[in-house]
Design a protein around this ligand. Structure first.
Ligand SMILES: O=c1ccn([C@@H]2O[C@H](COP(=O)(O)O)[C@@H](O)[C@H]2O)c(=O)[nH]1
Length: 278
């Protein structure tokens, strides 16, 4: 299997630099005229797949909104993942897993082993038990052409207190994450398979992202207040690696399939105006 970085690079070249989230908030279900139950969840997810699965490079289901319905919600997540794969978009499951290494092995088997029912192209991971504890995810991803996006500088205001804390060697926690992921991507071309999450809301990061070599997922656009123009400030000379991510900004255009497509097209135009051509 080709590496995730290679597959992502091709998807972005063919479809444009955009990730759209499937975040079925209770408020969005109500806005779409859907019940706040598994039937509403299923209809919501199928509509997003129909609208965007064949045109957006990456679709990012937010696991929490499926898990809140228990096993029936997870069954709908499994089915949504299959539908997205059939439609041709890469699937990034936003599940932010992290634990001691032996448990991370089980998370890796769940999401990055092709024989699993919740197998996806890539996952988000939390590094706060140590980036090294995520090694089983990195290894299984490398073996099966998967990707891992590790939290570095998140879009929420509470993140900075932890992520910008200074470690014993003088680097911030975030910079240690950035440096370890950069190492993993060393030599990868055209793009590494190990990404970082850096919020579009955070302004000038004050961190060196230039050597990451992998994708920089940028949530926080739209509903959280950042606009495409903010990507310049946040990413500076690393703009060419940015994968902008929108959820509510696009989803709130539904349930009309044409309106969802128009909303995704609009944010993609905004991002293309800022990002270098790829
Ligand atoms: O730093 C982070 C990491 C992840 N997220 C997730 O992205 C979406 C954002 O949704 P919007 O509706 O576009 O605000 C959501 O699933 C978050 O859990 C993030 O926002 N920031």
């Amino acid at each position: 299997m080709e590496s995730f970085g290679t597959r992502l690079h091709r998807a972005i070249t063919e479809r444009g630099p955009l990730c759209v989230g499937i975040d079925p908030h209770p408020g969005l279900l109500a806005q779409w005229g859907l019940p706040d139950d598994v039937h509403g969840l299923d209809r919501f997810s199928r509509t997003v797949v129909e609208a965007l699965g064949d045109r957006v490079a990456v679709v990012k289901p937010q696991s929490a909104f499926f898990e809140r319905f228990g096993s029936r919600g997870v069954a709908i997540l499994e089915s949504t993942i299959r539908q997205l794969r059939d439609a041709g978009s890469l699937v990034l499951l936003d599940v932010k897993r992290g634990d001691i290494g032996s448990t991370v092995s089980a998370y890796a088997a769940a999401y990055l082993d092709p024989s699993s029912p919740v197998y996806v192209d890539a996952v988000t991971a939390s590094p706060y038990l140590g980036v090294g504890s995520l090694a089983p995810m990195f290894e299984l991803a490398a073996e099966h052409g998967g990707g891992v996006f590790v939290l570095a500088l998140t879009s929420n205001p509470e993140g900075a207190a932890v992520q910008r804390a200074v470690t014993a060697d003088g680097r911030t926690v975030a910079q240690t994450v950035i440096d370890e992921i950069s190492q993993l991507n060393r030599g990868a071309s055209p793009l590494g398979s190990f990404g970082l999450v850096v919020g579009a809301t955070i302004g000038d990061t004050g961190h060196d992202l230039s050597g990451v070599g992998g994708p920089l997922l940028a949530p926080g656009l739209g509903a959280q207040g950042a606009g495409a123009a903010d990507l310049r400030t946040v990413f500076g000379s690393s703009l060419a690696s940015v994968l902008p991510s929108y959820s509510r900004e696009v989803l709130s255009a539904g349930p009309d399939v044409g309106a969802l497509r128009a909303a995704a097209d609009r944010v993609l135009v905004d991002c293309r105006a800022v990002l270098p051509a790829r």
